[in-house]
Design a protein around this ligand. Structure first.
Ligand code: PHB
Length: 399
């Protein structure tokens, strides 16, 4: 699938959103037997929830993890959220807004879901914001980190169980400024998230005294051969590299970084997506020593995380990822909110979302901040691949 800029899509998206609103009865999908219980809470009846994740494109493996995480929560809770049997409707986000926006609109207008969870790509999230805001349907973003979604363009109807791009990358800046001798080269996929990851890192890195050697964005979803970019890094004389890649792009980048001979002399840093889950399994020993920031690792020692890792492994036959946790937590949030909601409208549900309180997550307990983004701890992780499968060992908490 080709790369289409968010800018060139904005008119199409606005048109689609408007059309969908006109078509939409914005009806409820809670079972007809439902009756509001005085004093809050509802009981009985089904609830239809949309799960919008990539089932195709570079981020398909991310979507698979999110689906497994959401489904694990349902398995552990009798298939119910807030006392309702859940009818889960999964739709393909694809590689960006050109596929993700119409898929979300179909979930709301045709399938008449009560809420949508998911969304991996920042550009999709930005393209969806006005549609959910205007149709007054709750959207729980379980990955996409677009800063504006819980910043300048925050909405009563849009909530996030993952991270903001500036938050996860900004957490790493001071650590790299302290560790790396000399200057750092910045690299990312050329789209909304890549730009924000680099900007967030650069801001806190430079504020802590770090120097930037160069900056390069690679065509998103198209770049398979990173050799020319790796040559440019070598030429720049940089002493370390910060990178944002995820999914299939992260596998290629990290493997080629090692094959090119940079890994031994020029330490590689990034946001945790660079070495997460199936990506890390595919990179194997090539990823040894890569250091990243993230709000989760399978290696977190809490009893809550161990129990989650075991349950997820049993279900999926592989270790969980931050993506799985973010979607698992989206189900937990919906469970609490649906139990509390005094009626079945989007307005009732978002009112209840404001009161869900602390979420007992495998990453550690977290709460929504005033902008609907998680208040959470980030960790410095390092890939260890000496014995057995490679893991993201937790080095320390980041400030
Ligand atoms: C994003 O587009 O916001 C995004 C995608 C994949 C990631 C992280 C962020 O792993």
């Amino acid at each position: 699938m080709g790369v289409v800029s968010v800018f060139s899509l904005s008119r199409t998206i606005a048109g689609l959103a408007l059309g969908a609103l006109v078509l939409s009865g914005c009806g409820s999908s809670l079972g007809e037997s439902d009756t509001a219980e005085p004093g809050g809470g509802r009981s009985g009846g089904d609830v239809k929830i949309g799960l919008l994740v990539p089932l195709s494109g570079v981020y398909a493996p991310v979507g698979e993890d999110m689906k497994a995480g959401f489904e694990l929560y349902l398995d552990q809770h009798d298939g119910k959220l807030g006392g309702h049997d859940v009818d889960l409707v999964t739709a393909d986000e694809g590689e960006g807004p050109q596929t993700g926006v119409p898929a979300a609109q179909k979930l709301v207008t045709q399938d008449q879901v009560t809420a949508v969870a998911g969304v991996v790509n920042s550009a999709t999230a930005l393209g969806l914001r006005d549609f959910f805001h205007e149709s007054k349907k709750p959207l729980l973003i379980a990955n996409a980190g677009a800063d504006a979604i819980t910043g300048a363009r925050k909405s009563d109807y849009v909530w996030r169980t993952s991270f903001s791009n500036g938050g996860v990358s900004g957490a790493l800046g001071p650590a790299v400024a302290e560790e790396a001798k000399g200057s750092v080269y910045l690299m990312a996929a050329d789209y909304a998230a890549g730009k924000e990851m680099v900007a967030g890192f650069r801001k806190s890195f430079e504020a802590a005294g770090g120097k930037v050697a160069g900056e390069k964005y690679t065509p998103f979803g198209k770049t398979q051969d990173f050799q020319p970019y790796l040559s440019a890094i070598r030429k720049s004389g940089a002493d370390a590299v910060f990178a944002f890649y995820a999914g299939a792009e992260a596998v290629n980048f990290v493997k080629q970084y090692k094959q090119f001979g940079l890994a031994d002399k020029t330490p590689l840093y990034g946001t945790g997506f660079l070495t997460e889950g199936g990506v890390l399994a595919a990179q194997g020993k090539a990823a040894a020593g890569v250091k990243t920031s993230l709000h989760y690792s399978t290696e977190l020692k809490s009893a809550r995380n161990k129990e989650f890792v075991d349950a997820y492994r049993q279900k999926s036959g592989k270790p969980p990822t931050a993506y799985a946790v973010q979607a698992y937590d989206a189900a937990a949030v919906l469970d609490k909110a649906l139990a509390k909601a005094s009626g079945d409208s989007g307005e009732d549900l978002v009112k209840a979302l404001g009161g869900v309180g602390s979420i007992d997550s495998p990453r550690g307990a977290w709460k929504f901040d005033a902008d609907h983004n998680p208040q959470q701890q980030f960790y410095l992780r390092e890939v260890r691949a000496d014995e057995g499968p490679a893991v993201n060992a937790v080095v320390r908490e980041l400030d």
